[in-house]
Write a protein that binds this ligand. Structure first.
Ligand code: ZN
Length: 489
């Protein structure tokens, strides 16, 4: 399929045609989670946004290497250069080894991502497994004159870098403002400038996650891992770097500076950021009590939730907003999405039942063009979904007999819905309790045949028992003039 994709590049602040550096290969790096707690709604949005991009790039024929990291060291509380490591802090609290925390929450993150039906990245590197490479990059930055050592810690020299580079070009921050707005914290006085950031930190005696280096027993700065692991697996120059808008500054700004200072050129062609999630209009935070984990979302076990919301409803809900818009979670909005999602899946079932005629009164080609131009327009999933609902009306009109569809068009339409809904949007029928959907269909056919035979033999005890037992487990059986139909309630 022809590549007509345009994406919004945060760096140039405009939509650009997507042209990979070395087609048909596409390198994509997305900042993954810091694994010190259960995954929450804030983790779901970048995972889903870049999953759609990953799926679509593959769909239009690219060979994509998708790297998403696991941060398991160096991310300090308050995202600052001083203080405890988030993972070490949690390990102390739970009285376990830090790597137990890393394993536990990596596992639960993977479980949640699988529930949301996101594809696994091609490579999922851990920061703690790349300490040597990180130390190598620190050495390069020092020898290129953009970093300095003080008391066993190494800091990036932002002022020196800014003489020939534009620090702030991604986030739009201005150095003078940064100087006046950066708060002085304990220990930061060893930096030349408050806005300098740590590449390597000497570990305090109580700091348990530490590695030997030529500067000190210490650990890498948080931003460094992404400069190192992205270029290690995707090359010095690669196509796409993604992440949440909250990472734009300082994390991504620092990443740009580190990579340029070490490698002599900008590494990333397209920077993409998904916007943030609010809950009933407020920022999600533990202190406001509106912090909802994905497990709570799927079980409904949270005081703000009126019911459980299934992974596909959450996924569908997220896709109903453009990834660059903020997304507000409320019970009302989620319930509306649940209804919408049901309407869409009902139409998919109806599509399977349509009977073709010789002529089409509907324009399937035009419909297809609309769907793909929405996707090509910076992954405009809300517009795409609006078009899919126009298609639902079309399907229902054909079913009702007010429109007709030819055999070829019907096959085309079925494939189109399958491609868009399942392959690209990554939605799926939620029958996980029943396992494989095809097996379920076969088993139901068998059961309903037995029931029909029982009725023919006037064995109403058996036929009623099958209907009632199915009803108990959540499957409704309706008798029609040709036999019977069933659906999951
Ligand atoms: Zn990162």
């Amino acid at each position: 399929m022809e590549n007509k994709l345009t994406i919004y590049n945060t760096l140039s602040r405009r939509k650009e045609k997507f042209e990979p550096i070395n087609p048909p290969f596409v390198g994509m790096y997305v900042c993954g989670p810091t694994v010190y707690g259960d995954a929450h709604l804030g983790h779901a949005r970048p995972a889903i946004t870049f999953d759609i991009l990953f799926r679509y790039l593959k769909y239009i024929g690219f060979k994509v290497r998708y790297v998403r990291n696991i941060t398991d060291v160096g991310h300090l509380v308050n995202d600052a250069d001083e203080g405890e490591d988030k993972i070490a802090k949690k390990a102390k609290l739970d009285q376990v080894e830090p790597m137990e925390i890393v394993q536990k929450y990596t596992n639960s993150y993977h479980r949640n991502m699988e529930q949301l039906n996101t594809l696994k990245p091609s490579i999922e590197p851990h920061a703690s497994a790349h300490i040597i490479e990180q130390a190598e990059m620190v050495k390069k930055i020092i020898s290129n004159g953009y970093a300095y050592e003080v008391n066993g810690s190494v800091y990036f020299d932002v002022a020196e870098y800014s003489k020939t580079n534009n620090y702030g070009k991604l986030s739009g921050r201005v150095l003078d403002d940064l100087q006046t707005n950066t708060r002085e914290l304990d220990g930061q006085s060893e930096k030349k400038n408050l806005f300098d950031f740590a590449l390597w930190k000497k570990a305090m005696p109580e700091h348990i996650m530490r590695w030997n280096s030529e500067w000190s027993d210490g650990f890498p700065g948080w931003h460094l891992e992404c400069s190192v692991m992205s270029t290690k697996y995707l090359g010095d120059k690669f196509d796409i770097h993604g992440g949440g808008l909250d990472l734009q500054f300082p994390h991504h700004e620092c990443e740009i500076a580190q990579s340029k200072a070490a490698l002599g050129e900008d590494s990333v062609k397209y920077w993409m950021h998904n916007n943030l999630i609010t809950i009933d209009g407020q920022k999600m935070s533990k202190s406001l009590g509106n912090f909802i984990t994905l497990d709570e979302m799927f079980s409904g076990n949270h005081k703000l939730l009126e019911q459980a919301y299934s992974p596909m409803v959450v996924r569908f809900f997220m896709l109903q907003a453009h990834y660059r818009s903020t997304l507000d979670f409320s019970n009302k909005a989620l319930q509306a999405s649940q209804k919408g999602y049901e309407r869409l899946t009902d139409a998919l079932n109806t599509l399977e039942k349509l009977i073709p005629r010789t002529e089409s009164t509907v324009n399937v080609n035009q419909f297809k063009d609309k769907l793909f131009s929405a996707l090509d327009d910076d992954l405009n999933t809300p517009i795409l979904i609006a078009h899919l609902f126009d298609g639902v009306k079309m399907i229902n009109s054909i079913y009702a007999g007010t429109e007709t569809i030819s055999t070829d068009d019907l096959t085309y339409m079925k494939n189109l819905y399958k491609d868009i809904v399942f392959d690209i949007l990554g939605l799926k029928h939620e029958t996980s309790d029943f396992g494989n959907n095809e097996i379920l269909t076969d088993v139901m056919d068998l059961l309903l045949n037995i029931r029909t035979e029982a009725k023919q033999h006037k064995d109403f005890k058996t036929s009623d028992k099958i209907r009632d037992k199915l009803n108990e487990i959540g499957i409704t059986v309706k008798d029609t003039k040709d036999g019977s139909e069933w659906e999951i309630k």
